[in-house]
Design a protein around this ligand. Structure first.
Ligand SMILES: C[S@@+](CC[C@H](N)C(=O)[O-])C[C@H]1O[C@@H](n2cnc3c(N)ncnc32)[C@H](O)[C@@H]1O
Length: 261
């Protein structure tokens, strides 16, 4: 009895590994996150039962305990169970709880990594997260607190200040406050910051300075968004590929974009 934890990558099914594709084709049941565009991925497991067990910020979500219980129950019935997670399962994906639940029942486990949003976003921006002589460290950090976590605002800030390149997950709604806090803590106002919505798929991409976002904030996005900041982002190439056109009255005032030719 085995549970497979598979990284689905950022959305483009072609970014899934061959192994992920092969194991999906053997699945009886696939438990997948919300907000994943599974259309192309379902090709890999057309006969499996696909169950959404997602969590959505501020909206009704499936309880983590239910997900853990379901994984265990289905695997104990002898089914080939795949837990399909967006990006890489080990990054901000509640993987630890699910592994623990499976281990407690002596289920076999295997993890297949996926492309995390940070790397997919860097690819979309045609840039590198590290830069010789400039950036030797990259931090993946989120300011988002879990239900029972106490305020650790300064924790993400400490990490973001220590790393030369910082990638912020689950942070777009707080972008204005984040950039203000970084500037107040001593980060240069001119530090480049890129915003990538729906990495690997069609979405909005922006390149600003910390100062610009601190002043003006960001629009509300429909898809998942990653923020990337640090000098390495000065090389980012922003091609506007928005598919989610908003009417002018919905469009907040934004600072001008800086496309690097
Ligand atoms: C719960 S975390 C899961 C991260 C995922 N495990 C990974 O490795 O990318 C969800 C956050 O990841 C980021 N994210 C996930 N997919 C993304 C995508 N396609 N484009 C941009 N950001 C993405 C966003 O910051 C989103 O709020």
């Amino acid at each position: 009895m085995k549970v497979w934890f598979i990284g689905a990558g950022p959305g483009d099914p072609e970014l899934m590994t061959r192994k992920a594709w092969r194991i999906l084709s053997q699945a009886d049941v696939v438990l997948h996150d919300a907000l994943m565009d599974t259309a192309g991925m379902q090709e890999a497991a057309p006969n499996a039962q696909w169950l959404e067990v997602g969590k959505r910020s501020g909206r009704p979500s499936v309880e983590q305990a239910f997900i853990c219980r379901t994984l265990v129950t289905l695997a104990k019935r002898g089914l080939t169970v795949v837990r399909l997670k967006g990006g890489d399962p080990s990054i901000f994906g509640r993987l630890a709880e699910e592994l623990q639940a499976c281990r407690a029942e002596n289920l076999e486990i295997e993890i297949i990594p996926g492309v995390t949003a940070a790397c997919a976003a860097a690819a979309d921006l045609q840039t590198s997260l590290t830069l010789r002589g400039e950036s030797r460290s990259v931090a993946f950090v989120t300011p988002r607190l879990g239900k029972h976590e106490t305020n650790t605002r300064s924790e993400w800030l400490t990490v973001a200040l220590a790393a030369q390149t910082t990638v912020l997950y689950m942070a777009s709604a707080q972008a204005k406050d984040i950039c203000t806090a970084l500037i107040e803590a001593g980060k240069s106002k001119q530090t480049p910051i890129c915003i990538v919505e729906n990495a690997s798929r069609t979405g909005q991409r922006f390149k600003y300075t910390l100062h610009e976002v601190a002043q003006n904030g960001l629009p509300v996005f429909e898809g998942p968004v990653t923020l990337l900041l640090g000098q390495a982002l000065s090389l980012a190439h922003v091609q506007q590929t928005s598919s989610t056109a908003r009417s002018p009255e919905q469009q907040p005032t934004l600072p001008s974009q800086h496309a690097v030719a």
